[in-house]
Design a protein around this ligand. Structure first.
Ligand code: TXA
Ligand code: MG
Length: 315
């Protein structure tokens, strides 16, 4: 168990009260979700919202996801909720789906980077949903890492990245999904995939009974910037195991410290361990890390997206 003055276990009987207190006093709390840890502020607290941007080092024009405790809460914070949005959200929530809608007048522009749209999701973590109920407003939360770096999937990762800049870290154990949520824009028809993530595109299309528009060129989501999700070591993408072994021996021949990402041929394991394997590669001082390109079904699309971002040249 992780011990640090800023860390509390989710199951500690005082965790909820402490988190509510920090949020009420203008602080920020790292919260567990099934995808990655978030850095939370109550959506009606401008001091906490400012602190999220400053701790992350994120430009204030980059919008945050508003986390709700239930589908019903959406009506207060969003407007023009289409039937498609309602169908998909009620089928997938709680879960790793985020939806883009028009925001209601009640939601501060500080959350949405001055846009009239906002992204919402209901996370599948009991502590976090109880915290949202206790604060009585949604929690705005980007991933709890410094801007442009790999998202945290354990409380230790958050501590390693943000240290005492975060007022409280609630340890809910390792994230089960391990990649960020899928983001779908429901302000257009057909709805458009903005970011592949924890819920496969095909699952959403089955629920909807129609195809989503794919991602297009320049995305509006900050996670789409080149060289997002970057570890310090170089990420090399191999087509298959034979190619990965070739790359491994070549890297070793030129004197590089390297290894191949392990995933046992299983996409959920690949997704849930990818970010921690990237972090371990940096801790172990590797020059490069070799990842085998997944198939594009299921979680494969989200994994490949993160691998491409991590392997992109640094800007
Ligand atoms: O799984 C997740 O989605 C995690 C956990 C903590 O919930 N959160 C997360 O947040 O990945 P973040 O801030 O790292 O990524 C949110 C993405 C950003 O790329 C942001 O630009 C996009 O959502 N986004 C949020 N509101 C938007 C809006 N109104 N228009 C376009 N993109 C938006
Ligand atoms: Mg992020």
């Amino acid at each position: 168990m992780l011990r640090h003055p800023n860390i509390i276990q989710a199951e500690d009987p005082t965790s909820l009260l402490r988190a509510v207190e920090v949020l009420g006093n203008g602080g920020v709390v790292a919260i567990p979700t099934e995808t990655v840890y978030g850095l939370a502020a109550a959506v009606n607290n401008p001091s906490s919202l400012n602190k999220v941007f400053s701790v992350k080092g994120r430009p204030t024009t980059h919008p945050l996801i508003a986390h709700l405790s239930s589908f019903e809460q959406l009506h207060e914070w969003a407007k023009d909720i289409s039937d498609d949005a309602a169908t998909v959200a009620s089928a997938c929530w709680p879960g790793p789906l985020s939806i883009l809608l028009k925001k209601s007048d009640k939601l501060l522009f500080a959350v949405t980077g001055n846009r009239d749209t906002a992204v919402f999701r209901v996370p599948a973590n009991d502590f976090t949903r109880r915290l949202i109920d206790a604060t009585q407003v949604p929690l705005a939360a980007p991933s709890a890492n410094r801007f442009g770096k790999v998202s945290p999937t354990t409380a230790q990762h958050v501590l390693d990245d943000l240290g005492s800049d975060v007022d409280l870290i609630v340890d809910g154990g390792p994230c089960t999904i391990g990649v960020e949520s899928t983001i779908v824009d429901f302000t257009c028809n057909p709805p458009q995939l903005l970011r592949p993530g924890g819920i496969p595109q095909e699952d959403i299309e089955t629920i909807l009974g129609k195809a989503l528009q794919g991602q297009q060129g320049e995305s509006r989501a900050s996670g789409m910037l080149q060289s997002h999700y970057s570890p310090s070591c170089q990420i090399l993408i191999a087509n298959d195991l034979a190619h990965a072994n070739d790359l491994l021996s070549h890297q070793q021949t030129i004197g590089y410290k390297t290894r191949i990402v392990k995933f046992s041929g299983n996409l959920p394991i690949y997704a849930s361990t990818l970010y921690s394997q990237m972090r371990e590669a940096d801790t172990d001082g590797l020059d490069s890390l070799i990842a085998i390109k997944p198939g594009q079904q299921g979680l494969g699309l989200a994994i490949l997206d993160r691998l491409l971002k991590a392997s992109a040249p640094r800007i």
